[in-house]
Design a protein around this ligand. Structure first.
Ligand code: C2E
Ligand code: MG
Ligand code: MG
Ligand code: MG
Length: 293
């Protein structure tokens, strides 16, 4: 790579290649190293899922959770998704990673169900995954191989997966729905939101992005957006989940406007499967394990 960079810098007639080349080179190297580290990490099983509970505001019921991936590096420790998901998306590694996430989340849904813990499982799906020709077949296969209940599986897609609002896209979404799986639109309001597609697309839930929740109820613009989203969703027959709820005041605002569910540190941060099981049991929300004798 050094040779290539040097050659093109010289060829371009630059006389500053001593400065230019090493810097370009280093960025490319770091990227390549990250990419192969990520590839190895997926192969070696260094990825884990944490689960963040979602609460229904009408009755305090914990109805589901969202699976959130983390990279547990033996040296660097826990790496958050924002530090590797973008790279995974650019490099295509999101395809094997996304397969692993879906399989693991479905397995966990089935494990919990076997213990009498019934939680819907929300799984983040990147646009690239969703656009694969065999995406629906893959979801069907993973659900049947893991014994997950499709009625308890929810796929979170973002507006970037919906950019081409074509008949093909509608058909793809309907095939997913035909599996019994729920579709949710993640980070609502942060992308190129096009309200027309909400009418047209078979999506049942909206997740209001936490950037609009953060400054509720004090911030007038955020309040207007949250409030408008909630009433529009209601009129369209969609459920709303507010993300990133951290305090009582935000919660009260959302209750008043009849938001269906919330997710956020106010309820719990994302937890390992065992920690979430213990958390549910401590609150009397999950059956206790059979006593050992
Ligand atoms: P997201 O899907 O919008 O997930 C919610 C993020 O908000 C999570 O960050 C969660 O930990 C964080 N969060 C939840 N409650 C609160 C709160 O009360 N306050 C604050 N400040 N933050 C809160 P996380 O786990 O770091 O994930 C970040 C993003 O990475 C996710 O955003 C999602 O877009 C992506 N991601 C995570 N796991 C996966 C995955 O398996 N596949 C794909 N494609 N993307 C993933
Ligand atoms: Mg999400
Ligand atoms: Mg989100
Ligand atoms: Mg997201």
């Amino acid at each position: 790579h050094a040779d290539v960079a040097m050659y093109s810098a010289k060829q371009a007639g630059r006389n500053n290649f001593q400065f230019f080349v090493p810097e370009m080179n280093q960025r490319a190297m770091v990227r390549l190293q990250m990419e192969s580290a990520l590839r190895r990490a997926i192969e070696r099983g260094e990825m884990i899922l944490h689960y963040q509970p979602q609460m229904e505001l009408s009755n305090g019921h914990i109805s589901g959770c969202e699976a959130l991936v983390r990279w547990q590096d033996p040296v660097k420790g826990m790496i958050p998704p924002m530090d590797f998901i973008p790279l995974a998306e650019e490099s295509g590694l999101i395809l094997p990673l996304g397969d692993w996430v879906m399989r693991e989340a479905c397995l966990q849904q089935a494990r919990w169900a076997a213990e009498g813990i019934h939680l819907s499982m929300a799984i983040n799906i990147s646009a690239l995954q969703f656009q694969q020709a065999d995406f629906v077949e893959k979801v069907a296969r993973i659900i049947s191989e893991t014994g997950a209940n499709p009625r308890e599986i929810e796929l979170e897609i973002t507006e970037s997966a919906l950019l081409a609002s074509t008949d093909e896209l509608v058909a793809q979404l309907e095939r997913v729905r035909a599996l019994g799986v729920t579709l949710a639109l993640d980070d609502f309001g942060t992308g190129y939101s096009c309200l027309a597609y909400l009418k047209r697309l078979p999506i049942e839930r909206l997740k209001i992005d936490r950037s609009f929740v953060k400054d509720l109820p004090g911030d007038a613009e955020d309040a207007a957006i949250a409030s408008a989203t909630l009433s529009m969703a209601r009129d369209l027959g969609m459920d709303v989940v507010a993300e990133g709820v951290e305090n009582q005041a935000q919660c009260d605002y959302l209750i008043e406007r009849r938001c269906r569910s919330i997710q956020g540190y106010f309820i719990s941060k994302p937890l390992s499967a065992d920690a979430l099981t213990a958390w549910l049991r401590a609150r009397g929300l999950a059956p206790l394990p059979p006593a050992a004798d």
